[in-house]
Design a protein around this ligand. Structure first.
Ligand SMILES: Cc1cc2nc3c(=O)[nH]c(=O)nc-3n(C[C@H](O)[C@H](O)[C@H](O)COP(=O)(O)O)c2cc1C
Length: 192
């Protein structure tokens, strides 16, 4: 590999979430970049080779279908606490993205559930880093219909599968500020 450790360090540290209001609306990311993000997702670590990720990609007219679906489900599920502005956001937010990747975990029962969620999370990080390398914006959201069990079928998920949220992808118009983290030393114990 001709990638230096410094380049890997830079990529990881510079990876930022970029949110829909920061995207250049109407600018489309080339599908080939999305394909590369998905290909790299599939190289995530996977215990017993279960490869528990399942993705559905929405773009073009698909984004409208996604928006209509999530807004309608919000209206149905939250009738008691319905808020018009939240409904409108559910309709409009997806249309700011170039692509939305629904993140699913297909349950195999070969390993504990936690391991399959962890493996899909690694796959998402691979997509985040790939987007960063291509200068493309993205962010993982667990908003929308993520926690509605009834929503799973729309994304090809059944039974004990889980919907883990959505990766919004768009061309960056307004870059994110530098990231912030507390010193790792506060969260590490060395035993020597
Ligand atoms: C599992 C998961 C779920 C997230 N869900 C949301 C979300 O619903 N809304 C949101 O604004 N950001 C969400 N984020 C993104 C975080 O806001 C973001 O990672 C955080 O602000 C740190 O910024 P960075 O990714 O640029 O380091 C989520 C991140 C993860 C890992």
């Amino acid at each position: 590999m001709n990638i230096s450790p410094d380049q890997v360090n830079e990529l990881i540290k510079n990876r930022r979430s970029t949110f829909p209001k920061q995207y250049a609306v109407d600018k489309k990311i080339d599908d080939s970049i999305i394909e590369q993000m998905l290909e790299n997702a599939s190289w995530a670590p996977t215990h017993k080779q279960t490869e528990p990720w399942q993705f559905t990609v929405f773009t073009g007219e698909g984004l409208k279908q996604f928006a209509t679906y999530q807004a309608a489900m919000y209206k149905e599920k939250e009738a008691a606490s319905f808020k018009e502005d939240k409904y409108q956001k559910m309709m409009s937010n997806p249309l700011m993205a170039s692509h939305i990747i629904a993140i699913g975990m297909k349950r195999s029962d070969k390993v504990p559930e936690m391991e399959e969620i962890a493996s899909v999370s690694c796959a998402v990080q691979n997509m985040y880093l790939t987007a960063e390398a291509y200068g493309v914006g993205c962010y993982w959201t667990t908003g929308g219909v993520t926690y509605y069990d009834d929503a799973k079928a729309f994304f090809g998920l059944t039974g004990n599968d889980k919907l883990l949220g959505f990766l919004y992808v768009g061309e960056i118009a307004v870059p994110s500020a530098a990231g912030k983290r507390s010193p790792i030393s506060e969260k590490v114990t060395w035993i020597r």
